[in-house]
Design a protein around this ligand. Structure first.
Ligand code: FAD
Ligand code: SIN
Length: 525
C-alpha cells in the first residue's frame, strides 16, 4: 500500500485537553489535523477527577494562588510564568464553560469550589469527581463539529521531521533546528505517512507508564518528550515525577484507580491500619500538605510498619456529600466490596504526573522553530519541583491559547518543506518475537520503580542507569532492524524518558520537591 503525504497548516499530536484546545482555536486560522494514537478520548484528561484550580471569588485572590503554586514548587517555579498562568486561568476556564463544560454549582448559583493539598483557599472547580471526562467530552464535541479539523485516530507519531531528515547535521548545540511536521505510523496500512505542517503542536501528555504502578492510561509513554529529545530539542526537569499519595490499593488493577485529593479537602484523613492518623508527625498541614510531602510520609509509614498500603478514612465525610460530589469513587469502591461511607479505603502512592518535559517559553514555543508544546509533555516553568494539585488542566488551557496566538502571527510567512523525503524502511524485517518488546517494557518499569521512585540515592540511580543502558542498546538495535509497530515505538520512547529522568536526577545534587535523595539533606524553604 502507498505511503500517504499530507499538508496541513497545523499538525496537533495528541487529543487531550492541550491538543483539543489548541486545535479548536487554530481552526479559526487554517486547516488542522489532529493525530492521536488511540481512540480520541484516550488520555489522562478524561481521568481527571479533582478539577481545575482557578481564582473566581473573594476571599481568594491571584496573589494567594500564585503564592501556593510557588510554595508547592519548592521555589523552583518561574515566578513570571506562575503569575501569567494564574492570572489568565480564569478567562480560559470561562471559555470551557462557553464550550459547554458544566461545572458544579451551589444552590445560590455560584460555582461549587473544592480544596486540595497545598491550596490555602477553596478554588477547585469540578464536575462531581469526573471533571476531566466532562471537559474531554465537550471539547471532542466541538472539535468534531468543526469543518477545519480532521481527526486521525489510532495513528502514532513516530518522529518529528527536521533538517536531520534532509541530511543536514543537527546537534544539541544547534540553534536553528526547524520542525517541518511529523512521520506518522498508520497500523491500517502498515506504512509511515509524512505529514508536513507549517506549525506542529506537541500535546502527547504524560509518562506514567514508565513505572510499574501509575494512575495514567496506557497511552502515557512520554512519546512527545522522547521525540523532541531525539530531535535535539530542549527537555528539562524530568527528575520531578509526581507520585499521587492516594491511589486505590488494588494490586491486580492497571492503571491504578485514583482517589481524588478533593476527598481530603472534604475532610478525609490518612490513617494506618490501627486507625491512627499519622500525617501530623510529618507536616503541620496534616493530610492536606503538598503531594510530595504526603507521598513521602506514606512511603515512610509503609516501610516502617512493613505494610503494602495505608488507609484513607472517608467515613468522616457526610454521606450526602459522598453521593453528590464523589459518586464515581463511591461506585468504584463498592464494586470491589468497600462501602466508603462505612469503611476506610486502602490507598498507596503511585506515579501520576511529570512536572518536567519539553522546555517552552511563555508562548508555548519550544527550542525548535515552528514546534510548540502544551499540557503535560511541556515544561513551561509553572510547576518547578512539584505541581500544586489541579494546576495542570489550567496550564494546558493557558499555554494552548498562548501558543495559538503566537503561531498565527508567523503562519503567513511559513511554507511547506517539499524536500522532506518519505520514511525510509529499507532493510527492516518483521519482528516476530513480541516477547523482546513486552519483556523489555516490564524490565524498564521494574528498574524505574525500584530505583527511581519516591526515594532515591546516588547508588540506586547508578544501578538504574547501568541497567537501562543495556535495554537502550538492545532496543535501538531491534528498532533499526524491525518493520515499525506501535509497541517498539513506545518502548523506545519509554527508555528515552527513563534515561532522561535518571540523568536529570543524577545531576540534581540536592533533595528538593519531588526529587528526594538519601544522599542530600532536604531543601529548606
Ligand atoms: P492527555 O490528556 O494525556 O492526552 C495526550 C494525548 O496524546 C492522547 O490523546 C494520546 O493518545 C496522545 N498521544 C500520545 N503519544 C502520541 C503519539 N506518539 N502519537 C499520537 N498521539 C499520541 N490535573 C488537574 O489539573 N486536575 C485534576 O483533577 C487531575 N486529575 C487527574 C487524575 C488522573 C487519574 C490523572 C492520570 C491525571 C490527573 N490530572 C489532573 C492531570 C491531568 O489530567 C493531565 O496532566 C492532563 O489531562 C494532560 O492533558 P494533555 O492534553 O497534556 O494529555
Ligand atoms: C486529584 O483529583 O487528586 C488529582 C488532581 C491532580 O492531579 O491535579
Amino acid at each position: 500500500m502507498l505511503k500517504m503525504r499530507k499538508e496541513v497548516d497545523f499538525l496537533v499530536i495528541g487529543s487531550g485537553v492541550a491538543g483539543l484546545c489548541f486545535a479548536l482555536k487554530a481552526a479559526n486560522y487554517g486547516k488542522v489535523c489532529i493525530v492521536t494514537k488511540s481512540k480520541i478520548d484516550e488520555g489522562s484528561t478524561r481521568f481527571a477527577q479533582g478539577g481545575i484550580a482557578s481564582v473566581v471569588y473573594q476571599p481568594d485572590s491571584y496573589e494567594k494562588h500564585i503564592q501556593d503554586t510557588m510554595v508547592a514548587g519548592a521555589e523552583l517555579s518561574d515566578k513570571h510564568i506562575v503569575e501569567l498562568t494564574i492570572r489568565e486561568a480564569t478567562a480560559r476556564v470561562m471559555e470551557l464553560v462557553e464550550w459547554g463544560v458544566d461545572f458544579d454549582k451551589n444552590k445560590d448559583g455560584k460555582f461549587a469550589l473544592a480544596k486540595e493539598g497545598g491550596h490555602s483557599e477553596y478554588r477547585v472547580l469540578h464536575h462531581k469527581d469526573m471533571t476531566g471526562a466532562e471537559i474531554e467530552e465537550k471539547l471532542i464535541l466541538a472539535a468534531k463539529k468543526n469543518t477545519n479539523i480532521e481527526i486521525y485516530e489510532n495513528k502514532i507519531a513516530v518522529d518529528i521531521i527536521t533538517q536531520h531528515h534532509l541530511g543536514v547535521e543537527v546537534t544539541r548545540r544547534s540553534t536553528d533546528i526547524t520542525c517541518y511536521g511529523a512521520y506518522v505510523f498508520n497500523p491500517d496500512t502498515n506504512q509511515v505517512d509524512t505529514v508536513l505542517a507549517k506549525i506542529t503542536m506537541m500535546a502527547t501528555g504524560g509518562i506514567g507508564m514508565v513505572y510499574e504502578h501509575t494512575t495514567n492510561p496506557l497511552v502515557a509513554t512520554g512519546d512527545g518528550i522522547a521525540m523532541v529529545y531525539r530531535a535535539k530539542g530542549a527537555v528539562r526537569g524530568m527528575e520531578f515525577v509526581q507520585f499521587h499519595p492516594t491511589s486505590l490499593y488494588n494490586p491486580k488493577e492497571s492503571p491504578s484507580f485514583l482517589i481524588t485529593e478533593a476527598m481530603r479537602g472534604a475532610g478525609a484523613i490518612l490513617k494506618d491500619a490501627n486507625g491512627v492518623s499519622f500525617m501530623e508527625k510529618y507536616d503541620e498541614r496534616g493530610s492536606l500538605a503538598p503531594r510530595d510531602i504526603v507521598a513521602r510520609a506514606i512511603d515512610s509509614e509503609m516501610k516502617r510498619q512493613g505494610v503494602d498500603h495505608v488507609y484513607l478514612d472517608t467515613t468522616v465525610i457526610k454521606k450526602q456529600e459522598i453521593f453528590e460530589h464523589f459518586p464515581n469513587i463511591y461506585a468504584k469502591c463498592l464494586s470491589i466490596g468497600i462501602d466508603i461511607t462505612k469503611e476506610m479505603i486502602p490507598v498507596v502512592p503511585v506515579a501520576h504526573y511529570s512536572c518536567g518535559g519539553i522546555q517552552t517559553d511563555e508562548w508555548g514555543a519550544t527550542s525548535i522553530r515552528n514546534l510548540y508544546a502544551s499540557g503535560e509533555c511541556a515544561s513551561t516553568g509553572l510547576h518547578g519541583a512539584n505541581r500544586l494539585a489541579s494546576n495542570s488542566l489550567l496550564e494546558a488551557l493557558v499555554f494552548s491559547h498562548r501558543a495559538c496566538l503566537k503561531s498565527v502571527e508567523s503562519l503567513p510567512s511559513l511554507s511547506f518543506c517539499h524536500e522532506v523525503p518519505d520514511w525510509n524502511s529499507d532493510g527492516t524485517v518483521l519482528n516476530e518475537e513480541m516477547v523482546l518488546i513486552t519483556q523489555s517494557r516490564k524490565e524498564l518499569q521494574t528498574i524505574m520503580s525500584a530505583y527511581v521512585g519516591i526515594v532515591r540515592s546516588n547508588l540506586r540511580l547508578q544501578r538504574a542507569f547501568d541497567r537501562l543502558d543495556i535495554l537502550y542498546r538492545e532496543t535501538e538495535d531491534l528498532y533499526k532492524k524491525s518493520i515499525l509497530n506501535p509497541e517498539i515505538c513506545e518502548l523506545r520512547n519509554m527508555i528515552n524518558v527513563g534515561y532522561l529522568i535518571i540523568r536529570h536526577a543524577m545531576s540534581r545534587k540536592e533533595s528538593r520537591g519531588l526529587h528526594y535523595s538519601l544522599d542530600y539533606p532536604p531543601y529548606k524553604q
